[in-house]
Write a protein that binds this ligand. Structure first.
Ligand code: 5GP
Ligand code: ZN
Length: 112
């Protein structure tokens, strides 16, 4: 699969890795939309959250979201936002599932 996040996970493209285990990786977003902006993703290539749900891999789903929540809690005592863009209208631009963890400022609602 020609995937920029798979290449980052494989070490073929540089990135700031903030967490890594056998199943989950967190990196700093190269174009941050908040003072702190991380991306939490499964090591295995999954195109989007719907595909992961359809694959019945509940363990990976749980690991990704649990890690995102841990990182949000660690990085801000004032709250944070988890975002998963999915598909064209969802605003997804990289087709390897990732959870955005945004913090360091008050977030607006509704999202754009
Ligand atoms: P999406 O729009 O798919 O929800 O989010 C993709 C995110 O990946 C964007 O926030 C974008 O800034 C980030 N991104 C795209 N390419 C790279 C890259 O090469 N390195 C890093 N660290 N982040 C990237
Ligand atoms: Zn990938």
């Amino acid at each position: 699969v020609d995937c920029i996040f798979c290449k980052i996970i494989a070490g073929e493209i540089p990135a700031k890795i903030l967490y890594r285990d056998d199943d989950v990786v967190a990196i700093a977003d190269v174009n941050p939309q908040a003072p702190d902006h991380l991306l939490v993703m499964p090591v295995k290539h999954v195109p989007n959250v719907g595909e992961l749900a359809a694959s019945n891999d509940d363990a990976t789903m749980a690991k990704v979201f649990t890690r995102a929540a841990h990182l949000g809690r660690e990085r801000s005592t004032n709250g944070y936002r988890l975002v998963v863009n999915s598909g064209a209208d969802g605003g997804q631009t990289v087709d390897h599932l990732h959870v955005h963890v945004l913090s360091g400022r008050a977030m607006g609602w509704p999202p754009g």
